[in-house]
Design a protein around this ligand. Structure first.
Ligand SMILES: [Zn+2]
Length: 582
């Protein structure tokens, strides 16, 4: 950094005494001209980044060491004492920023995105919604408590539902069925509590929307999520497109699966097993091996991406084929006791260093997580030069293009020298399954999105009406399955999608991004990899400094998730699936 930071050395973002004077300065400092506003914005960005990094470091430490008591306590203390104060202060600064922006107009081409975002959040804010938000956060915690306690006695022990998922991949059909029924029965035991929880959440979200002067929660959520560039109508077009183009492909794939499995009808426990009865793929052994092979794959795809990967942590000295864990300043890859489940990329905003967290266990889906999170890290690194922290993050609809594109663009190189699949057969199988999953998911996204819209458009719907609507959607978008004797499970399947409870109306983003990412994959097939990676790097370098349609445009994509886009993608994917099927 050339300029001295507004945040002094020795700043501690976990202590209010350290943060408070800087906030006071930003609140009171006289600003009398546009130039002074511009430097106020950069100072605020420095402070925001430093505070965000303090939180990130605590979060990272606690997820890597869940059984470390002092770390857990430090994070809880932060959430209780610092985060709420910061939120209040941040809103006050937003308000000042909007006022100053009105008095001292800034260059629109640079500040448009920042200004409209702050203005939107100031306009939507209502004092009386703050306690409702707290109630919703508690209800969401309740959801975590109910579902976190769900376990099943299976295979000689107590298993969590995530642990049960591997039994659904077993080739013995009776065993899969037993596992599926175990999960389903356990879920049904909580059906009523989750119904009651959802009733309460819908009521509160609807009240919040009315308080803010919106017709309903759909309108509120669009404003709250700052969806400036699309409307509920665009979502409905996506559902139609999915129904018309994705569902027929899903049903064709289901028919093929049924034939390969040699069963009279597909049942819900037949979807996760390899249709040809092969054992799971074993692409790597340990985190160092995962990193070394990821490096080989990225080098083969493009030297620019290879160089960015090297910045995350060089695993070049790992012994050939050897295992070994991979932990660096930017990575913690291996599954071990005392680590939170899941995977994420979290950029530390002040030092501008990405961090990839995951629980690798040697499976193909870990390879997907790794290249996905690497894509997020590339995004952070490619826009790290922007002095405004807001512009070093992009809207989710595009951020997930950065990550999902890496899943697709790396595909041809998973078999590169030093890569994951030296065997051509394994490579073909991994590519086929990945591509298939990428397009099948679009039908599920349409189901979840349509279900939520309807739920909030009819906040007085009874539980029976809600379930009836779900069944209607499942018949329209779901797999070709026989549910005979499993009607209750079918009608309440929506309860397994945590987003519906904890991140209402958030899900369409994945569909928009997946279509963008598959669009880049298509570009790489039609115009060559170089052209696709050029577009990828160009768009990611913009960070979040441009509106969504311009970010897509920079990647050579149209910001469109309606019929034309969906039809083109599905056609290309189906063609590719045929060449990969054996
Ligand atoms: Zn992601």
């Amino acid at each position: 950094m050339d300029r001295a930071s507004f945040v002094p050395t020795g700043f501690d973002g976990t202590r209010w005494e350290s943060i408070e004077p800087l906030i006071a300065d930003l609140k009171a400092r006289p600003v009398a001209m546009t130039r002074e506003l511009a430097s106020w914005l950069v100072d605020r960005s420095d402070l925001d980044a430093a505070c965000s990094e303090a939180r990130a470091s605590l979060y990272i430490a606690s997820s890597c060491n869940t059984d470390d008591k002092p770390i857990a306590e430090a994070y809880t203390a932060y959430l209780e004492n610092i985060a709420p104060r910061l939120e209040v202060a941040s809103f006050e600064l937003d308000r000042r920023q909007v006022e100053l922006g009105e008095r001292f107009p800034l260059d629109r081409s640079r500040y448009l995105v920042l200004e409209r975002s702050k203005r939107a959040s100031v306009e939507l804010f209502r004092e009386e919604n703050v306690p409702i938000q707290t109630e919703l956060a508690k209800l969401s915690q309740e959801f975590g408590k109910i579902t976190g306690a769900q376990t099943v006695q299976f295979d000689g022990g107590e298993k969590t539902l995530p642990q049960m998922s591997r039994y659904l991949e077993e080739t013995d059909r009776a065993r899969r069925e037993g596992a599926w029924r175990g999960i389903a029965q356990r879920r049904l035991a909580d059906r009523e509590s989750l119904d009651a929880l959802m009733d309460q959440m819908v009521r509160r979200r609807d009240a919040m929307a009315k308080n803010a002067g919106c017709a309903g929660y759909v309108e509120y959520a669009f404003r709250d999520k700052q969806r400036f560039d699309y409307t509920p109508k665009h979502c409905r077009d996506f559902w139609l497109a999915a129904e018309k183009h994705v569902v027929p492909l899903v049903r064709r794939l289901d028919a093929r699966r049924q034939k390969a499995l040699g069963v009279a009808e597909l049942r819900p426990w037949d979807l996760n097993v390899d249709a040809k009865g092969r054992p799971g793929l074993k692409p790597f052994d340990g985190g160092r091996d995962l990193m070394r092979k990821t490096q080989a794959v990225m080098d083969a795809l493009d030297p620019r991406l290879g160089a960015l990967t090297r910045r995350l942590g060089d695993a070049g000295n790992a012994e050939n084929g050897g295992g070994g864990a991979m932990v660096t300043d930017c990575l913690d890859l291996d599954s071990r006791r005392g680590k939170r489940p899941g995977g994420y990329q979290y950029v530390r905003d002040f030092s501008r260093k990405p961090f990839i967290f995951m629980n690798a266990a040697g499976m193909q889906r870990d390879v997907m997580t790794m290249v996905h999170e690497a894509g997020h890290a590339f995004h952070s690194m490619l826009c790290e030069g922007d002095e405004l922290v807001e512009y070093r993050h992009s809207p989710i609809e595009f951020a997930e293009v950065a990550s999902m594109s890496m899943e697709h663009l790396t595909m041809p190189h998973w078999g590169a020298a030093g890569g994951f699949y030296p065997s051509a057969g394994d490579l073909r199988r991994a590519r086929h399954d990945h591509l298939q999953d990428s397009v099948v998911i679009l039908a599920w996204i349409a189901t979840i999105d349509a279900f939520q819209h309807c739920m909030y458009e009819h906040p007085t719907h009874t539980r029976a009406q809600r379930d009836a609507h779900w069944l209607e959607l499942d018949a329209k978008f779901g797999h070709a399955l026989s549910w005979a004797g499993l009607e209750d499970s079918r009608a309440s399947t929506w309860q397994k999608q945590g987003h519906l409870f904890s991140h209402a109306l958030y899900y369409i983003e994945y569909g928009i991004a997946q279509l963008g990412a598959l669009g880049l994959w298509l570009k790489s097939r039609q115009q060559g990899e170089r052209a696709a990676v050029d577009a990828y790097v160009r768009a990611l370098s913009l960070g979040g400094s441009k509106p969504l349609p311009e970010l897509f445009e920079a990647a050579g994509l149209r910001f469109d998730f309606g019929e034309k886009t969906v039809a083109g993608i599905v056609e290309a994917v189906e063609k590719e699936l045929e060449t990969l099927a054996d």
